[in-house]
Design a protein around this ligand. Structure first.
Ligand SMILES: C[S@@+](CC[C@H](N)C(=O)[O-])C[C@H]1O[C@@H](n2cnc3c(N)ncnc32)[C@H](O)[C@@H]1O
Length: 254
């Protein structure tokens, strides 16, 4: 179940205008999710189809993936507000200025990340400040358009700190990464998580923080990622935090 909406983001350092935008987007996302997760809703029907696939019906499995993609095409599936606030505060605490977001959708979590990066960048000299950014990633054209619209509406506290890479992140993150990434947010379909980590790994700063959403509720999907972390214990320390669905905090410390 999604976390309830906290009004008005009491611990977020942002203008009232940006807070109002954030609040509106969280409310929209919660309403969409409630509709999606109704017992007789489309997602339940799809899950039933997926169970048939898991039982060995390959056609049903193929249909599931296609229908899941179609169903999610216009859905926000945004990070809940309590998790987004946590991510903002972690980024402020570690002074993150080179951030990668895997999965951007309508750009809501990106707003929190960009606020943190912009506020952290104040301490940098002008040359370093040019490199401060959130690299956002999204492949759905309609979501890209809405995300850009939301960042424009948020204005100078947010928009200048975002570089959106359009397309499949397995291609868009394959080159031109910051030499030292401070923070990564995984809020994406789970088959993308491990391939993305492998792309970013050699550019992670020692002490970089990685946050992954829904590691408990989507444990099956995270299996390959967790196996990887488990077999590289010398480089990663992890802790699952008791947010809805499980929010995992990992520190890269090779
Ligand atoms: C859970 S949503 C992200 C929500 C967003 N972080 C927020 O809180 O507002 C995941 C997004 O990842 C996108 N996505 C999934 N696979 C992708 C891929 N291979 N490349 C780029 N984007 C992808 C989906 O289109 C979807 O919009």
């Amino acid at each position: 179940m999604a976390s309830p909406l906290i009004n008005p983001s009491p611990t977020l350092n942002a203008s009232e205008r940006v807070k109002a935008l954030i609040h509106r987007l969280h409310a929209n996302s919660l309403a969409q999710e409630a509709e999606l997760n109704k017992p007789d809703g489309e997602l339940s029907k799809l899950k039933a189809l997926n169970e048939q696939g898991a039982a060995g019906d390959a056609n049903a499995q193929g249909d599931f993936q296609q229908q899941f993609d179609d169903l999610m095409r216009d859905k926000m599936i945004a990070l809940e507000q309590d998790k987004a606030l946590f991510v903002y505060h972690i980024c402020r605490t570690i002074s993150a200025t080179r951030v990668v977001e895997a999965g951007t959708s309508f750009g809501l979590s990106t707003i929190y990340l960009a606020l943190a990066v912009g506020q952290n960048a104040v301490k940098l000299d002008p040359e370093q400040r040019k490199a401060a950014k959130v690299i956002a990633t999204e492949y759905e054209p309609s979501k890209i358009a809405l995300a850009r619209q939301h960042w424009q509406e948020a204005g100078d506290e947010v928009e200048p700190w975002i570089e959106l890479r359009e397309g499949d992140l397995r291609q868009t993150l394959a080159s031109d990464l910051p030499a030292e990434i401070d923070f990564v947010l995984f809020d994406i379909w789970t088959p993308m998580v491990l391939p993305t980590l492998r792309l970013l790994e050699s550019n992670l700063k020692k002490g970089a923080v990685i946050v992954a959403d829904n590691v408990t509720s989507a444990a099956d999907g995270y299996e390959d990622y967790h196996n990887y972390i488990e077999t590289h214990r010398n480089a990663y320390r992890t802790l699952v935090l008791p947010y809805s669905g499980g929010l995992e905090l990992t520190v890269y410390d090779p």
